[in-house]
Design a protein around this ligand. Sequence first.
Ligand code: TYM
Length: 333
Amino acid sequence: MDPQKTVFSGIQPTAAPHIGNYLGALKNYVELSKIYRCVYSVVDLHSITVRQDPEGLRRRVRELYALLLACGPEPRNTVLYVQSHVPAHAELCWILNNFTMFGELSRMTQFKDKSAKHADNINAGLFTYPVLQAADIVLYGADIVPIGEDQKQHLELARDIAIRFNGVYGEILTVPEPLIPKLGGRIMSLADPSHKMDKSDPNPAGVLSMLDDRDAIIKKCKRAVTDSGAEVRYDPVEKPGVSNLMTIYGLCVGKDMQAVEKEFAGQGYGAFKTAVGEAADSVLSPIRAKAAEYIQTPAHLDKLMAEEAGRAEAIAEPVLRRVRDAIGFLPRK
Ligand code: TYM
């Protein structure tokens, strides 16, 4: 454990975050902030690859920023800012575009999925999205990137881009390592456990939003799709629905899968599902309440965002300067 290391991660303000985002990524943000210097971003530049309504975007950025604050990362070690407040991301993205191959971007599964979903708007931003993600990470010299499983391919590409750049100019960029939780790296939809829980899922029954109230959380867990049978047993292949609920429960109460099996041995799905809902709510409700307080003081939130953008820039600027110098751009005197 090297406390000098830097952590970076980002989350899109396309919709309210869900328990998958929390257990796959945000929970780790908080843990890591106890040890390392952490830089976390609400990545609004990424979100416009899909059309966003301007008023809705403004509201969701504030909401997400408040939720991240409410999760409670250690403030002394954490910079939490809004991506579009730091123009260096866009500049470095342009530079790294020239170190990224068309073929590499064509192979990104997220690009393929999103192109299929938004066939009427397959724009260049959607295609170069992973280059902006690589820029986000290397801009802060990040060593560690906490993410869910779905971002693994983007992380591999970010590493390849950094290695390629360094191959040309020397050791300028830090090559990042992904950090994906063994349990919780891929939380599945409650309505269809063969698909991951997804912020933009049009079916709200599949998604436990961090903004859902207690009743909604309990109702969604009670209605979660499970397999036939009645045994609470961890087997993601044979029993994906139950295993997903067990994962959520275990991570919320701090128990491994064996302990969860033991706790519910001989009990039916009914009691188990109620317990999952209650456990999820007991983790999410204090965060929700704290976030609501932040949202009620918009002037304080704005001030904080501005200060944090300044702190982010102070880390990013020297990295970007080294990149500019290495390439041969004339310094502005
Ligand atoms: P986003 O906004 O889709 O998700 C935020 C984080 O949550 C994780 N995640 C999940 N984890 C477990 N189960 C799920 N069902 C689940 N769904 C999402 C994601 O893996 C992610 O860690 N491209 C990124 C945002 C980004 C970024 C970055 C991340 C932009 N720049 C730089 C890391 C570093 C995204 O769309 O995440």
